[in-house]
Design a protein around this ligand. Structure first.
Ligand SMILES: Cc1ncc(COP(=O)(O)O)c(C=O)c1O
Length: 408
């Protein structure tokens, strides 16, 4: 039976199935949505859309453009050329008409860059994660998933038909214990490479050893590692010495360091062939738009030509974190290009982020339920293209607007 949580009030009368007297009028069918919106508002969890102007004077530390490539002329030119040559859309799913020469080039170059046998491009990192989790598991699979994994991995676990074990965050011993007690024939260990909220890295060598000793596969979501970690930004698998391993698969998004849109699965050739033939979010989804494939390819070529961009993103992250800490704030220790700063509560975090924006700085704001530990935070993207003066400005604004309780 489906279960409801307290935040999902029922449209049904208490105690059972709807009878004629309980049947809502058409105009009342969605009343329950307003009730849930009210509950979110009372908890300080209202979310709103803001459209940003093309020429925004605000300094952006809220997006995920880690290398500052999304507006690089080589990237926008590659996107425009691809659209002019191939059209505004892919026209169909990848297996029908949605594969162009650009998709194939992107897959080949991504695989080579990351040191794996093959790659398969998806319309987003989200669909790549759903594909990997559903296609690489069956009902006789134990999935061991880090408690802080990204929502797309969690949704992949929900869609997969295997049994899911939620392991404590960043705890290879707990993963090892879960695998040791398994009754299922197969097992898959799944983790983010860099966790979205605090920017801390997964313990990949230990996780790989734990998975390997139990005959399990390892799936790593490298959304925040590609372009930042590993030699020249070749990703977390390369950084951990796991690129090209026969039991290891990575997923990436093209929407962060590569300044575009889309996602990919990277791994052994037979894994990629299996996904091509069976993954529902690959087969039943329109291929990535040519402009996005072109932009990602343009960014990838730029990164290969200028590998120092990855080092610079990590350096900016360390500088930001050090200066925020020196200003008395609780900044995370960044392993990649994400820095978070603790706020005393969700309302204070929202107000702090809004004050920063008014002062000319866009920062992300994470609060429950997006943060698994219940701690609200500002989240900063340490873009590799920031100047030292911009870093100084950002720290000054954040520190001067810090709410009571945010400093040590
Ligand atoms: C860790 C992680 N995985 C997956 C995704 C999803 O990628 P995309 O935005 O390309 O769907 C994101 C993006 O926000 C992410 O942070």
């Amino acid at each position: 039976m489906a279960h409801r949580t307290a935040s999902e009030p029922s449209v049904l009368a208490p105690g059972g199935a709807p009878g004629p007297a309980d049947t809502p009028a058409p105009a009342a069918v969605f009343d329950w949505l307003d009730e849930t919106a009210e509950l979110r508002a009372r908890a300080g969890l209202t979310r709103t859309l803001r459209s940003r102007p093309a020429e925004d004077p605000v300094l952006d530390l809220a997006g995920n453009d880690y290398l500052g490539l999304t507006r690089h002329p080589a990237v926008t030119r590659a996107a425009a050329d691809a659209a002019l040559r191939w059209g505004g859309g892919a026209t169909g799913s990848r297996l029908v008409t949605g594969t162009t020469a650009l998709h194939t080039e992107l897959e080949d170059e991504l695989a080579e860059f990351c040191g794996v046998e093959a790659a398969l491009v998806f319309s987003s990192g989200y669909t790549a994660n759903l594909a990997a989790l559903t296609a690489l598991t069956d009902p006789d699979t134990l999935i061991v998933s880090d408690a802080y994994n990204h929502a797309s991995l969690i949704d992949g676990c929900r869609l997969a038909r295997g049994d899911v074990h939620r392991a404590p965050h960043s705890d290879p011993d707990a993963v090892r214990a879960a695998l040791a007690g398994r009754t299922q024939r197969r097992a898959l260990v799944v983790t983010d490479s860099v966790f979205s909220v605090d920017g801390n890295a997964a313990r990949l060598p230990e996780l790989s050893a734990a998975a390997r000793s139990a005959g399990a596969a390892l799936l790593v979501d490298d959304a925040h590692g590609l372009g930042v970690l590993g030699p020249g930004g070749s990703g977390a698998l390369a950084a951990a010495g796991l690129a090209g391993e026969p039991d290891t698969v990575a997923t990436v998004t093209l929407s962060k360091s590569l300044g575009s849109q889309g996602g990919a699965v990277l791994g052994p050739r037979r894994v990629i062939r299996h996904l091509t033939e069976t993954a529902r979010t690959f087969i039943f989804d329109t291929g990535l738009a040519p402009a996005a494939a072109g932009a990602a390819l343009g960014a990838l070529r730029l990164l290969r030509a200028e590998p120092q961009r990855a080092d610079r993103a990590r350096e900016v992250a360390r500088t930001l974190a050090d200066r925020l800490t020196a200003a008395g704030l609780h900044a995370s220790t960044p392993d990649a290009a994400v820095v978070s700063v603790r706020a005393p509560g969700p309302e204070a975090a929202v107000a702090w982020a809004a004050d920063c924006r008014r002062a000319g700085l866009a920062v992300g704001c994470f609060r429950p339920p997006s943060v698994p530990d219940g701690v609200s935070r500002l989240r900063l993207t340490a873009r590799g293209d920031l100047t030292d003066a911009q870093i100084t400005d950002a720290v000054r604004i954040i520190a001067s607007l810090a709410p009571a309780g945010a400093t040590r």
